[in-house]
Design a protein around this ligand. Structure first.
Ligand code: NMX
Ligand code: MLT
Length: 435
């Protein structure tokens, strides 16, 4: 079967030609205007990034290369006996725009397993982290250290032609992704367990290996959950903090290791990927506060108490989405299939009935519906992965599979260093004609 690199390389000339023609014919067309509120409002809605893997519609949610999550679940190859897509297939789709064959996905699993070994010094570095250093800090630290093996950085230092950038970026990205299960599970086993990590099984898929290394390899349903989880958290177009940061840092030609590490540090913020940790803690706190009487009324009061305390309701709201996140929906469907009677799942469902009304009445958030993070922790805790402070690491492993394809594409397109214009408030006032 044709390899991923060859598939990408074969399509590239045609893609480059299309963009060249588009820019030649329409390069001076206006694609939007920017208001002062947008400038002070976190650049919301300003169309200023190219991101090929996915586009986010505010009503419908994410499409990966034009495909919704249910469509991806339908068409992407699965493991033998499994019903969730393999994230290897989504990685392929994001990079090339094509649905891979079963064989191509099996080959990719094998290739990642073959590249998975960590350098000894990175293992030692992780082992030396104090167990109260947040897992996300350990994660980005380890990814930064993997820079040591960057083929891109070495080749650049020697002096390479621009046209060769993407090939080295591809190799680095493949090596980096391959090593993430070893990194992520080592952090988990060190911080919460006995520090012993199972070896990668070279004939198994990526999600099996990650699940097995975390210590859940016996549980088929948990492995299936990992396949779904790692597929749906990959990509959410280019403007979210982790994707944008990876792209921005990469635009300086920093290696994929440094670029992803920066992106992970953004993912570690509570308004972004850390929200999954916040959600589980918030639900547990709710149970502690309310006790066993989890009536709609008491949940409503707890929501109001959170809001009156000047805090956000974690897992709700979104910068772009204005409806329930389809990633939430797919996790809810997984729960309905595998854990319909779990009390925490029932609580999540009950909050889902009540929170949108409360947030609407509160009147601040533009989107009162749940996002991806409102559901993920509850699935993980059901299978015994109860350590909420670890959850964002799994998000990060998945996000690598979404942001690195774009970094390869950026280099293949020859995208320039990103450098938007800033002004001081005085200059903006003058620009809008303020007196
Ligand atoms: N609970 C309470 N207030 C909220 C919430 C919420 N869940 N969401 C938004 N608001 C507030 C927001 O803080 C802002 O208040 P103020 O005017 O005082 O600054 C106001 O509503 C308007 O915010 P929006 O324009 O609706 O949201 P924005 O685009 O600025 O931010 C989030 C988007 C996702 C950061 C925001 O909705 C939030 O803080 N949600 C909770 C944290 C969360 O779940 N983050 C995970 C996002 C998904 N991910 O994985 O990255
Ligand atoms: C994401 O997956 O990156 C989050 O939903 C945040 C976003 O898209 O802004």
């Amino acid at each position: 079967a044709k390899s991923l690199k060859d598939t990408f390389a074969a399509k590239l000339p045609e893609e480059l030609e299309k963009i060249k023609k588009l820019r030649k014919d329409y390069g001076s067309k206006v694609v939007g205007e920017v208001t002062l509120d947008q400038v002070y409002g976190g650049a919301r809605g300003i169309k200023s990034l190219v991101w090929e893997g996915s586009v986010l519609d505010s009503e419908e949610g994410i499409r990966f290369r034009g495909k919704t999550i249910p469509e991806c679940q339908e068409v992407l190859p699965k493991a033998e006996g499994g019903s969730e897509p393999l994230p290897e297939g989504l990685f392929w789709l994001l990079l090339t725009g094509e649905v891979p064959s079963e064989q191509q996905v099996r080959d990719l699993s094998a290739e990642w397993a073959a590249r998975s070994d960590l350098p000894k010094f990175v293992e030692e570095l992780i082992d030396r982290c104090p167990s109260d250093l947040h897992p996300m800090a350990q994660f980005s630290l380890a990814v930064t250290a993997l820079e040591h093996g960057s083929e891109f950085a070495k080749a650049y230092a020697k002096g390479i032609n621009k046209k060769e950038y993407w090939g080295y970026t591809f190799e680095d990205s493949m090596n980096l992704i391959a090593k993430l299960p070893n990194v992520a599970s080592r952090i988990y086993r060190n911080v919460y367990k006995d520090g012993k990590v199972a070896a990668i099984q070279k004939d198994k898929d990526y999600s099996f290996n990650l699940a097995n290394q975390l210590g859940f390899g016996e549980n088929k349903d948990f492995i299936e959950l990992m396949r779904l989880y790692l597929t749906i958290h990959t990509d959410h177009e280019g403007g979210n903090v982790s994707a944008h940061t990876t792209h921005l840092v990469g635009s300086a030609l920093s290696s994929p290791y440094l670029s992803l590490s920066a992106g992970l540090q953004g993912l570690a913020g509570p308004l972004h990927g850390l929200a999954n940790q916040e959600v589980l803690n918030w639900l547990q706190e709710m149970k502690k506060t309310i006790g066993n009487d989890l009536s709609d009324e008491s949940i409503k009061k707890y929501l109001w108490d959170t809001l009156h305390g000047g805090r956000v309701v974690p897992g709700y709201g979104h910068a772009v989405l204005r409806k329930t996140d389809p990633r939430y929906v797919s996790q809810r469907e997984f729960a309905l299939k595998h854990l319909p009677d779990d009390p925490m799942f029932k609580l999540v469902s009950q909050v889902y009935k009540i929170a949108p009304g409360v947030l609407t009445e509160h009147g601040k958030t533009k989107n009162p519906y749940p996002n991806v993070d409102a559901h993920s922790g509850v699935l993980l805790q059901y299978y015994g992965l109860t350590e909420a402070s670890y959850y964002t690491v799994l998000f990060g492993v998945s996000r690598a599979l979404g942001v690195l394809p774009q970094l390869i594409i950026d280099r293949a397109y020859g995208m320039p260093i990103e450098r938007p214009k800033s002004l001081d408030s005085k200059s903006f006032a003058k620009l809008v004609g303020a007196q």
